[in-house]
Design a protein around this ligand. Structure first.
Ligand code: ATP
Length: 255
């Protein structure tokens, strides 16, 4: 039987996003993710950290009900499957079909669909919101460009604009900074901080260990299982990093 995390360790109201006992086996009997359990408070920026193949994308795809899994993700007390419109998700760029014919503006408008009535198309109000979000990520000049004609950093900024118009309560980003330049990264981090300040909760896969303390309020370090989770100051320790990455000395990577 599923035991909810908050019943074990915390007051329920402290945490908005929780992952409870999530396990995944792509092949029978071979778990790539084993009983992942952690929780983060509302209005926080949270890093999902671990080496290649640790199960980070798998965890995200499991809680988003995109793959078969055990366990569950929750927003407040509610399984994520029941609050899909409150969740914005941006997959790894490598998983996105960039040959799909859609303009930058059209892509951002997709973020408005969860809150439109059935079969309703975006109206001028939604188009204004989409243009304003594009301006915030400095991509308004590209609004008529096909998404397949953008650089990696430009693409990530467009996807962040799509999150902005969705007004999601939980934003899940899988390696948004992979291969992007320092300027794009700073633009996106500043926006994410504003969103968190406004109460949105962000979970992001991130690989650059050096920037973890500056970027994240909390982290979950995983390698097939959760090694450590909680406030960055207490969970992101050399010992936890050694366990997650299996390295003799990881100190140099985080200076
Ligand atoms: N569709 C799949 N079928 C079978 N095995 C898979 C599948 N997707 C991922 N895996 C395996 O599951 C494990 C976890 O993969 P996952 O993509 O979740 O890791 P990750 O932590 O996101 O890695 P990276 O940092 O390289 O993106 C890996 O061993 C991977 O090979």
């Amino acid at each position: 039987m599923l035991i909810r995390l908050y019943e074990l360790v915390v007051e329920r109201s402290d945490f908005i996003f929780s992952v409870a006992h999530v396990s995944v086996a792509y092949q029978a009997g071979q778990r790539v993710l084993d009983d992942a359990t952690f929780a983060f408070p509302a209005g926080s920026i949270n890093g999902l950290i671990g080496p290649n193949g640790a199960g980070k994308s798998t965890l995200l795809r499991a809680v988003l009900n995109m793959i078969p899994h055990q366990g569950q993700g929750y927003l407040d007390d509610i399984p994520l499957a029941a609050v899909a419109k409150d969740i914005a998700y941006v997959a790894q760029t490598s998983r996105i079909d960039l040959t799909f014919p859609i303009t930058v503006l059209g892509c951002v408008l997709l973020g408005t669909y969860p809150r439109l009535a059935l079969l309703q198309r975006p109206r001028e109000r939604e188009r204004r919101a989409a243009r304003s979000a594009l301006a915030e990520v400095d991509m308004l000049d590209f609004q008529q460009r096909q998404i397949g004609q953008l650089s990696g950093g430009q693409l990530q900024r467009v996807f962040l604009a799509r999150c902005l118009v969705q007004h999601a309560r939980l934003i899940i980003l899988d390696e948004p900074f992979a291969g992007i330049d320092a300027h794009s990264e700073q633009v996106m981090m500043a926006l994410l901080r504003t969103l968190a300040h406004n109460g949105e909760t962000i979970l992001m896969v991130h690989h650059d260990l050096k920037t973890v303390p500056a970027y994240f309020d909390n982290v979950a370090l995983i390698n097939r299982r959760v090694i450590a989770a909680g406030p960055t100051a207490t969970a992101f320790t050399d010992d936890a990093l050694r366990q997650a990455y299996g390295l003799a000395d990881v100190g140099g990577d985080r200076q």
